[in-house]
Write a protein that binds this ligand. Sequence first.
Ligand code: V47
Ligand code: SF4
Length: 394
Amino acid sequence: MNTSADSIYTILQNLQIDHVLKQIAEKVLQNERITFDEGVLLYEKGELGFVGMLANYIRNKKHGNNTYFNRNFHVEPTNICVYTCKFCSYSRLIKNREQGWEYSIDDIINIVKKYDGQPVTEVHITGGVIPKQDFNFYIDLFKAIKAHRPDLHIKALTPVEYHYILKKAKMSYEDGMRAMKAAGLDSMPGGGAEIFDAAIRDEIAGGKCSAEEWLAIHEVAHQLGIPSNATMLYGHIEKYEHRIDHMERLRQLQDRTNGFNAFIPLKFRNQHNEMKHLPEATITEDLRNYAISRIYLDNFEHIKSYWAMIGRNTTQLSLNFGVDDVDGTIDDTTKIYAMAGSEEQHPAMSTRELVHLIKAVGRRPLERDTVYNVLQDYSNVVFEEDEKEKARMY
Ligand code: V47
Ligand code: SF4
């Protein structure tokens, strides 16, 4: 798709669309921020080709063909949870704890040790919330990981976990997050955001930290030099204005702190959870959502499509709809999406596969670390076809 500003102006002149949509397009081309109402209008009236053209224009202006991935693995310390989010296919209530797992610090260090000698750069840690995995547990865990492998970036826990842990420890967010950083926490993943609107949040994720608490913990983290990501769970009972409200609150926080690295829309998957009666969003809606996120969140550098959740084909398509990051190798270490019905039942991609996925749609694969320093450009890397290389996940 040709997305130079001039060619878009030419296309706009001949398009039979709402004049407000044309005004929005002109704003985007002039690098102006769009408003809440304009965001909602894009969802209501912006067809896939239209929003895709604008999002791709922004994506290419910011990143050219650059497309980022990393070498990571997950640790899910438990799938037992004191909360009962209706969309969650993964957690088991404390009363059914025999159906779940609960790792000790030693168990987790043994998982980390499996990657000794492998060039992974990040461990992503998140899971259920249980009293036993408290403040001291995570302080000791982060210290133990750093003692074993100081160069491994720890991207861990969401405000859902921090809010619970710090309340129990009777600590302020600031003191708690400072202690986590001192123990080895490097950044925070984007989970637990769901949808910020109070009524919808209460309906699907009642009881866990509020939108205000989620945002406050990220703000404190950013002030302490802990960067983070932000997600949005979409395609369930929320309306378009709730999606824009969610992004508006993120955009305002980002204006204050500039601490977010990436925005990650998460498509609601409907298997094995209490919301299984709801149909899933269509692929068209997924792509429109990526595109409108790219347009609305003008102060976010990166939009990520999480391939383990959305599948490889849609991930490839998303790279023309505003997305510039596809997450990482994962190595079959997360169960959240497989349990919710993702097509990726054992999510794992070698570096070679990720590079191929990105190159196949004409983009430039760059391995990054968690905070987007480029570690290697794979544009011209030819993988050896020998058995050793084939067998090597990383
Ligand atoms: O907060 C749970 C979501 C999130 C379902 O920061 C579901 O790099 C869809 O936040 N359908 C956790 N979504 C995962 C997450 C994440 C993933 C990848 C990368 C990063 C990052 C963060 O998963 C939860 C919740 O919103 N989730 N169940 C479901 N049925
Ligand atoms: Fe617990 Fe997280 Fe599942 Fe909610 S989404 S029930 S907080 S594991």
